[in-house]
Design a protein around this ligand. Sequence first.
Ligand code: MG
Length: 262
Amino acid sequence: MISIKSKYEIELMREAGRISNLALWTAGNAIKPGITTLELDQIAEEVIRANGAIPNFKGYDGFPGTICASVNHVLVHGIPSSKTVLKFGDIITIDTGAIYKGYNGDNAYTFVVGDVPERTHRLLEVTHEALYVGLAQVKPGAHLSDISHAIGEYAYKHGYSVPYDYTGHGIGTDMHEDPSIPNYGEAGHGVILKEGMCLAIEPMIHAGKPQTRVMSDGWTVISKDKSLTAHYEHSIVVTADGYEILTQSKENREWENKMSSR
Ligand code: MG
């Protein structure tokens, strides 16, 4: 069942989203060659707790981190570690979220460490654009699969693939609620969007083939062909005439614009 949030619940979702995004970008701004993903994890956790919230990833099905730190060909669910030291030329996706007064935020962004070749910038750019191409479909009366279709087609058009087995999702008092939102598919199917639905939309794109593999730690998901992967996510609410991004603040919008234009 897909819940419709009240005005008051959306207020709480907005605050959960703001804190989630602040944690994401505070950790993101600390990225530099030589820093470990565990240090980034600690930065994010500190921000979440200092804002009166709780990290929602930590302990989720036993996940040990506040962030998922997914480097290069790691698609999602990389475990933060003192042994994972970022190097110049890496890319890293930070995915993190907070629970505020029982409501969840969830967001992700792929950052570059130092600088990367043009072809890597292109993958990041296309994946970031795919998020907004998907969001542009969101309005009451649209089909959920319109979002999926738009994201998938945008990736394919640029010669990339999307993994089949990881998706976006509804969000609210649970981090993962109905519906699940694949990043591919035909338009015009499934759930009809309604005002007050809260969704986490998250294009994941592989530079190579779509197949994935879970590593022996039970968490880390990689592209099977070890091609580079990118991933961007916002939590949003469906409004009367479109959508509002919940995981955003003025500062973070400026940061996002600055990073995106590099
Ligand atoms: Mg998510």
